[in-house]
Ligand binder design. Sequence first.
Ligand SMILES: CC(C)(COP(=O)(O)OP(=O)(O)OC[C@H]1O[C@@H](n2cnc3c(N)ncnc32)[C@H](O)[C@@H]1OP(=O)(O)O)[C@@H](O)C(=O)NCCC(=O)NCCS
Length: 173
Amino acid sequence: MPELFHSKLVIEQLGKHHDRAAFDCGIEELGHYIRVQASQDIKKKVTATFVLAGVLPAIIVGYYSLSSTIVKVKELPEQVAKKLPRYPTMPATLIGRLAVDRRYQGSGYGELLLMDALKRSLISTEQIGSVAVIVEAKNDKAKAFYEHFQFIPLVNYSYRLFLPMIEIQDFLA
Ligand SMILES: CC(C)(COP(=O)(O)OP(=O)(O)OC[C@H]1O[C@@H](n2cnc3c(N)ncnc32)[C@H](O)[C@@H]1OP(=O)(O)O)[C@@H](O)C(=O)NCCC(=O)NCCS
């Protein structure tokens, strides 16, 4: 671990050179995804996956994946929905997965990854519309992490939360 902190860290698209074999965030599904599935999903344009990684060695500290999704307007709280046009569904951006390796949790890397994902999602709206960022929390701990950053559960969902893009824009301004 000390070796990593002497190397530069970058956030970049997952590539062949990244050492993903040892990644373990404590949730096997998220570990399996980066080790086995993410590259295939990138090739097939299912998700875009970005890693926070060392330059040399290219150890993966954490990652997130982004894709497009839709949100039903009736799943948004009334005070958010009333500011939107009266279409039944709205475009949104999904952070399907976000995880930090166990060895590096609690050091601000989760926040760094989340802020990068929000910034990238906001920038993308210059090309493709998206009214909110949606996250899938895997458990209560992950839900609390997102709530710490003002995400709110969608109506009738406990673990699917959202943050309006307008708020992200104000927050990042
Ligand atoms: C959830 C996770 C991404 C957080 O990453 P992390 O690097 O440990 O968190 P950070 O150190 O960046 O924490 C940033 C801030 O969030 C807060 N925070 C972190 N985890 C939290 C939690 N579970 N509940 C509430 N707040 C939390 C921290 O206290 C810190 O706040 P502060 O700056 O005000 O002190 C990480 O623990 C993880 O990968 N867990 C397993 C996988 C997972 O659950 N992923 C999310 C669902 S897909």
